[in-house]
Design a binder for this molecule. Structure first.
Ligand SMILES: NC(=O)c1ccc[n+]([C@@H]2O[C@H](COP(=O)([O-])OP(=O)(O)OC[C@H]3O[C@@H](n4cnc5c(N)ncnc54)[C@H](OP(=O)(O)O)[C@@H]3O)[C@@H](O)[C@H]2O)c1
Length: 227
């Protein structure tokens, strides 16, 4: 039986490329996107499944869970990729609170909510791989006051990775944070040194770890990073 993977924010950028690479690995891929039209086109081009999903909508999480249960009866890998970077020019003292909240809701609380929705299915089958797509900007060792919302959101996401890993200790469920590298996308910009293929590689690695693979770590392209 083919393993099933779900990727959030997969209509473009690193998420789309990750969906493509997971399909090439033989997975049933559920490509999700908040824009149904864009998602359907992307999924059709790749020959994968599509389901609309806005990570900020609780109703959307419930509908997605019920779709996965009904159509597949299992989920083997969850790639929490959807993310926003709204505060390139903001500092901790002047960033509007709304930007802080929206960024944390999208980049931090949504991956946690989705994990909590799908973890019971993974625990039932004692198999699961969860990839939280993080960033070096969330590394505490290099913290400063630029892009405060994005940094905090990824720092907290890394904290969630550590907590979840502890919560599933002893089970065959491997949860890790992955920095894709600085990648040419709408978010990364044209001057980024890495292409999509290299950016998605580390996410695919973490989503397909063998049973004795690492748990609760932070990685780039399969190499461990400092928090
Ligand atoms: N590119 C880099 O250099 C880099 C570096 C470090 C980490 N990352 C991380 O890698 C991940 C992917 O980034 P990217 O560069 O591929 O970004 P991107 O090209 O801007 O794509 C972001 C994706 O997230 C989706 N998204 C945003 N808000 C959403 C919501 N509420 N519900 C559902 N989907 C939503 C977007 O959907 P729409 O098309 O509808 O907006 C889009 O599909 C992010 O978590 C980012 O923080 C990227």
């Amino acid at each position: 039986m083919k393993k099933v993977v779900l990727v959030t924010g997969a209509n473009r950028g690193i998420g789309l490329e990750t969906a493509k690479q997971m399909k090439a690995k033989g997975y049933e891929v559920i490509l999700t996107s908040r824009d149904a039209k864009k998602g359907e086109v992307a999924a059709r081009d790749l020959g994968v499944h599509f389901h609309p999903f806005d990570v900020l909508s609780e109703k959307s999480i419930a509908a997605l869970k019920s779709y996965v249960e009904t159509e597949f009866g299992r989920l083997d890998a969850l790639i929490n990729n959807a993310g926003i970077l709204l505060d390139r020019n903001d500092h901790i003292l002047d960033i509007p609170e709304e930007k802080l909240r929206k960024t944390l809701d999208t980049n931090t609380y949504a991956p946690l909510a989705l994990t909590r929705a799908f973890l019971p299915m993974m625990l039932d089958q004692n198999y699961g791989r969860i990839v939280n797509v993080s960033s070096v900007l969330g590394q505490i060792i290099s913290f400063n006051d630029y892009t405060p919302a994005y940094r905090l959101s990824k720092l907290a996401l890394n904290g969630i990775t550590l907590m979840l890993a502890d919560a599933v200790k002893g089970k065959n469920i491997l949860i890790n944070s992955v920095h894709p590298g600085w990648v040419k996308t709408d978010m990364g910009g044209a001057e980024a040194p890495l292409g999509l293929e290299e950016g998605a590689r580390g996410l695919v690695w973490a989503a397909t770890l063998p049973d004795n693979g690492p748990q609760g770590g932070f990685f780039q392209d399969g190499k461990r990073m400092e928090w």
